[in-house]
Design a binder for this molecule. Structure first.
Ligand code: C5P
Length: 213
């Protein structure tokens, strides 16, 4: 069972997904971390994040796997090594949405995510989980919040993150853009607490499983 949680930057997805997974309980996978790890590796290799051809070539030479520790979150393993990096590093923030437009990058990460969710109960969050990675899951949520609230949330975290720019690139790319699946439950988190959002999702899931019985 895959519970897909998608939405734009700073909509509250990561914290909600983690808390929901604790409550259910099941595994949680933050797919953005995989895109960030690959971006860090690209930058670290001196490749221009706008150079699609160079990225495609580099990715074709990488051995990408998911490292799944007994406790803690799955991480991207590149050539048998999990890169240690600050995931909200400014450089990664500025480059990740460009790297995420490259078809070879999306195809590698999508197949890792599909493999992971195939026989697990998992809350998976990202941009395209309900629309492209697991379009058949009946459990789809789309979290949103006003741009002003999302900006305030990032500022409160002390992070330099051009969320408008990332949202624009994420929702206009040609492959698996950020969009609302037609059967997703949309939740505006602007005026809700994290626990309020988790409870709302939990309630929808409880009703759905009762209806199936
Ligand atoms: O979720 P997070 O903000 O950490 O994601 C970082 C970036 O990774 C997004 O802005 C997007 O460009 C990319 N991403 C994606 N598809 C996903 C998850 C993340 O394209 N499923």
């Amino acid at each position: 069972m895959v519970i897909a949680i998608d939405g734009p930057a700073a909509s509250g997805k990561s914290t909600v997904a983690r808390k929901l997974a604790e409550k259910l309980p099941c595994t949680c996978l933050n797919s953005g971390i995989l895109y960030r790890a690959l971006t860090w590796q690209i930058l670290h290799s001196g490749i221009d994040p706008a150079d699609q051809e160079a990225i495609t070539f580099a990715v074709s030479r990488m051995q990408l796997e998911l490292s799944v520790p007994p406790i803690g979150s799955p991480a991207l393993q590149i050539d048998h090594h999990v890169p240690e990096f600050e995931s909200h590093d400014n450089e990664v923030n500025a480059a990740v949405s460009k790297v995420a437009t490259v078809p070879a990058v999306r195809s590698c990460i999508t197949s890792l995510l599909r493999g992971f969710g195939k026989d697990r109960d998992v809350v998976m969050e990202g941009r395209d989980i309900g629309t492209a990675v697991f379009p058949d899951t009946p459990y789809k949520f789309y979290l949103d919040a006003s741009p002003e609230i999302r900006r305030q949330r990032r500022a409160a975290q002390g992070l330099e993150d051009s969320i408008e720019n990332r949202d624009r690139l994420d929702s206009t790319r040609s492959i698996a853009p950020l969009s609302i699946a037609s059967d997703a439950h949309v939740i505006d988190t602007s005026n809700l607490t994290i626990d309020g959002v988790v409870d709302a999702i939990f309630e929808i899931l409880t009703h759905a499983s009762r209806d199936q019985q």
